[in-house]
Design a protein around this ligand. Structure first.
Ligand SMILES: [Cu+2]
Length: 457
């Protein structure tokens, strides 16, 4: 039951006392993984082998054609695509220029070893409908010529000088040239983002432009939208007059992980009240106001290796930028360094070792609470009451906690919980029992007032 299928068989050939080759005599059926190869008989020992599963990859129909441009009637060669299923009433070839929607999308072949399904391998059948031979050049990756098929049905193997990987391939008239490719991103000491640009860079973003619909070859009016071309490479004819006259098409190499979906950043003070009399923490120098971010990882392939987050005080992220980096499995961030009543923007992107996604940007968020404390008098005589008051804003029925540090004491103690009166303010009276300097502050969750001192004589 190895590999899930049945029926596969092979015979071995021997040369010089060694197994020199394995010839598959029956391919079997229904294998879902490579079965174990057992080499038996023959009087020898130690020979081993591995099986490779057969794979079906659909040809991607591309096209070369020579037509006549509409300005001066000059002959104009371009690239394009072929419709795979046509009849006598439908044109087969769809010529495409550089601004027409991209039809070549490639993924990074990160899977080592033999070709398997979904590893980025593509086979292109480039149908040449015209009369001139073109030197078709591929950026980013080399291709392997599998064969050529003439329109008379004759199959021609690659020439002796074009075996192996080539960056430029001869494409002859009235011939299909079939090439295999498997692009792999280089490893880099830095990260490169995607090419995000308007479809037609000579026109304003948002303007209506007329392009050719790659699905049916008909003109279609679309918005000149900012479009993600991944790592944008090209394939083109290397004859200068041809490539300069639009015989070139973009190739979208998808290296960056998909952008995450960022949830709205929310100010989140925790309104927990301690017990009166309990020891308390010292007040922080800058009262923190946590802002909670969360996002959803949308990337599958390529995978995420880390998320990069930025905070700024302007929506263009030009000033006062603070950056955060978290791991691939982390989808939340609590920023405890935001100041009250300042407006912030956050953005997050998914990264891998060599690239990164577009930003997902939050709405503006303003961490919105301040707490104040005042004393009726900063100095007073022993056994008189210290009158404390303050306000919380914005307020709505909350209760604040009041803390005190007595003279010559090193610890803070919670002395009261005071509900807001008249909506926003609170009051509390305390009667010192000895001389010296008393210190007070108030807190609502993580929102803290400053510290005030009162001297008792
Ligand atoms: Cu050419």
């Amino acid at each position: 039951m190895e590999g899930g299928g049945t029926g596969a068989a092979a015979t071995a050939t021997i040369a010089g006392g060694r197994v020199a080759g394995i010839r598959v005599t029956n391919q079997g059926a229904s294998y879902t993984s490579a079965p174990t190869v057992a080499i038996t008989g023959g009087g020898g020992a130690g020979a081993t082998g591995t099986a490779v599963l057969g794979l079906t990859i659909n040809l991607q129909p591309k096209a070369i054609q020579e037509l006549f441009e509409l300005d001066y009637g000059r002959m104009n060669a371009t690239l394009g695509v072929e419709l795979p299923f046509t009849n006598a009433g439908i044109q087969t070839t769809i010529p495409l220029g550089y601004i027409d929607p991209a039809t070549e999308t490639l993924t990074d072949s990160v899977t080592p070893g033999p070709v398997i399904a979904g590893d980025g391998t593509q086979i292109w059948k480039i149908t040449h409908n015209s009369v001139d031979t073109h030197a078709i050049h591929f950026h980013l990756f080399n291709v392997e010529v599998i064969n050529r098929v003439g329109w008379d049905g004759a199959i021609r193997p690659p020439d002796a000088n074009e075996l192996g990987w080539k960056e430029t391939v001869i494409m002859n008239p009235l011939e299909d040239c079939i090439v295999a490719l498997r692009p792999t991103a280089p490893s880099l000491p830095f990260k490169i983002g995607d090419s995000i640009r308007p479809l037609d860079p000579t026109m304003p973003v948002g303007a209506p432009i007329v392009v050719t619909n790659p699905a049916d070859g008909l003109p279609i009016t679309v918005t000149n939208a900012l479009t993600n071309f991944g790592w944008e490479f090209v394939w083109h004819c290397h004859l200068l007059g041809h490539e300069e006259n639009d015989m070139m098409r973009p190739m979208v190499f998808q290296v960056s992980p998909a952008a995450p979906a960022l949830a709205l950043a929310v100010a989140a003070p925790a309104p927990a009240l301690g017990a009166v009399g309990a020891a308390a923490a010292s007040p922080a120098a800058t009262p923190p106001l946590p802002i909670a971010l969360s996002w959803v990882n949308k990337a599958t392939v390529p995978k995420v290796t880390n998320f990069f987050i930025q905070r700024s005080i302007d929506s263009a992220f030009k000033s006062d930028i603070k950056s955060f980096n978290v791991g691939a499995n982390v989808t939340t961030l609590t920023d405890t360094t935001a100041l009250p009543y300042k407006t912030y923007y956050y953005r997050v992107r998914a990264e891998n070792n060599i690239s990164y996604s577009a930003w997902a940007t939050s709405n503006a968020v303003t961490p919105g609470m301040t707490l104040t404390i005042r004393a009726g008098a900063r100095t007073l005589r022993l056994h008189r009451f210290v009158t404390l008051s303050g306000s919380l804003s914005p307020a709505g029925g909350q209760t604040v906690a009041v803390y005190m540090k007595a003279p010559r004491s090193s610890r803070w103690v919670q002395i009261a919980n005071r509900a807001l009166t008249s909506g926003t303010s609170w009051k509390y009276s305390y009667r010192p029992a000895r001389r010296g300097t008393y210190r007070f502050y108030a807190a609502y969750g993580t929102v803290q007032s400053s510290v005030i001192s009162v001297g008792v004589r």
